[in-house]
Design a protein around this ligand. Structure first.
Ligand code: HPA
Length: 233
């Protein structure tokens, strides 16, 4: 049974899924790391694939950019396809000076300027957090591989181009590490459904040090993050 945005049948999608923003990165991950790959979605070119990694069934699918887009896809994956572990693998802009290009970040929490959580009618401010189970497992994998990771709070912003020029330093003053645009919605959907989510990010640009990566550099450096995420199957 298809959903409005995913054309897969029940059982086509693994319990663990990697979620890059870019659907072509989903294709890259499937082509590079997975065996016995079957494409389960092509609706809106939001490519999704299921295959095996070291013998374990795992899926990968694009989410598009921003809270509304990942909100839709992750909701359907959880509620219509029974996905239990959702791991965002994305890029972020660092807002702390000591973070370097290609550094890997685990978002233990996601702050936001989005209204996504208003749908729950909570009488206060919700702290969206990663699944401890996934976070702990991912940290152990990173340690074993000798990959340095920084674990902390990230900002899921509704805007990439932001008129408020003080925003970055205000969030940085609260210890927020980096800005991306999706983790908050993913963490909310997972929490509400009682499943696991984690955002693993690679620093693609530094907003405070004014550094950017090239497309080619990103391709190579993202491999470190993928290899951690794939071990979570
Ligand atoms: N802002 C928001 N999302 C991002 C950024 C950024 O600077 N870099 C990579 N993803």
């Amino acid at each position: 049974m298809a959903t409005p945005h995913i054309s897969a049948n029940k059982g086509d999608i693994a319990e663990t899924i990697l979620l890059p923003g870019d659907p072509l990165r989903a294709k890259f991950i499937a082509d590079t790391f997975l065996e016995d790959v079957v494409q389960f979605n092509g609706v809106r070119n939001m490519f999704g694939y299921t295959g095996t990694y070291k013998g374990k069934k795992i899926s990968v699918m694009g989410t598009g950019m921003g809270v509304p887009s990942i909100g839709i896809y992750s909701y359907e994956l959880i509620h219509f396809y029974g996905v239990k572990n959702l791991i965002r693998v994305g890029s972020c802009g660092a807002i702390q000076k000591d973070l370097k290009l290609y550094d890997v970040i685990f978002g233990i929490g996601a702050s936001t300027n989005s209204n996504y959580a208003h749908q729950y009618n909570l009488p206060g401010t919700y702290s969206a957090t990663a699944s401890w189970e996934l976070l702990e497992k991912a940290k152990k994998v990173a340690d074993k591989k000798g990959t340095h990771v920084t674990v902390g709070n990230i900002l899921s912003s509704d805007t990439f181009y932001t008129e408020d020029t003080t925003e970055v330093e205000t969030w940085a003053a609260m210890g927020v590490l980096a800005i991306e645009m999706e983790a908050f919605a993913l963490y909310c959907n997972a929490a509400r459904a009682g499943v696991n989510a984690l955002a693993i990010l690679t620093v693609s640009d530094s907003i405070v040090n004014n550094e950017v990566t090239t497309a080619e550099e990103r391709e190579k450096s993202f491999t470190k993050m993928m290899e951690i995420a794939l071990e979570l199957a």
